[in-house]
Write a protein that binds this ligand. Sequence first.
Ligand code: ADP
Ligand code: MG
Length: 264
Amino acid sequence: MAESGSLLAEPPAGSPPVIELDGVRKTYRTGAIEVDALRGVDLRISEGEYIAIMGPSGSGKSTLMNILGCLDIPTAGHYRLAGEDVARMSEDALAEIRNRRIGFVFQQFNLLPTLSAWRNVELPLCYAGTGRAQRRVRAIEALEKVGLGDRIAHRPNELSGGQQQRVAVARALVTDPALILADEPTGNLDSASTQDVLDLLGELHASGRTIVLITHEPEVAATAGRVVRIRDGGIQYDTSSDHPSDDADGPGDVGFGAVAGPGP
Ligand code: ADP
Ligand code: MG
């Protein structure tokens, strides 16, 4: 079973940052149109950090999340995950990371509509090769953890939006991943369900996981210990930096006065 404390089965000595991006660029080509979605991102995230990546629609947040989650590769630059260059990893190693070491949560929940809550939650364990009995036990445990022990047989359309997102959080944590990547997880939720999901992410962080929360909402971003703001594919501001970028856009003008520096 995966250890929640580390991303790789055998992390290199010296505990480098979990995530190191250097000069990461991403260009999408669609026919004759090229879009530079990321224009040279440098970013370090330490083990156990809770970081929000904030920025307007189209600024490159999901592109960044896909790269962090090894769902896509940079056009240029380097991505090291727990000290290893992702570009040099084997397909097997990447599949292991995606299936067992990272938990994903998306805005649209991405649940399979024909499957019950527990069948949805056990899916990552199917990919990881876990046996059927274990899968069921762990899926139900995960659903209990998110407060849905009484909804295990419900299908997505029999659940509220907030409950569906909690099923998605259960699915993200069922493999006991070291890193949780959440892309606008509260984007489709009302304020009560938003708070439920943020509370769950806070609990996952408190239990030692690294959390990357992507959002366009300043008040959601402000719940993280560190906020990185991106605009037009580049980092505009990082609250963990003592020296914000020279343009005038510090945290003061985005409502982050209260979140200076890393949190607990
Ligand atoms: P955000 O998540 O911040 O809204 P995205 O990372 O989704 O931003 O998109 C950044 C830019 O890249 C946008 O201009 C978008 O149109 C473009 N883009 C995103 N995904 C693709 C894709 N698969 N193919 C082509 N262009 C894309
Ligand atoms: Mg997005």
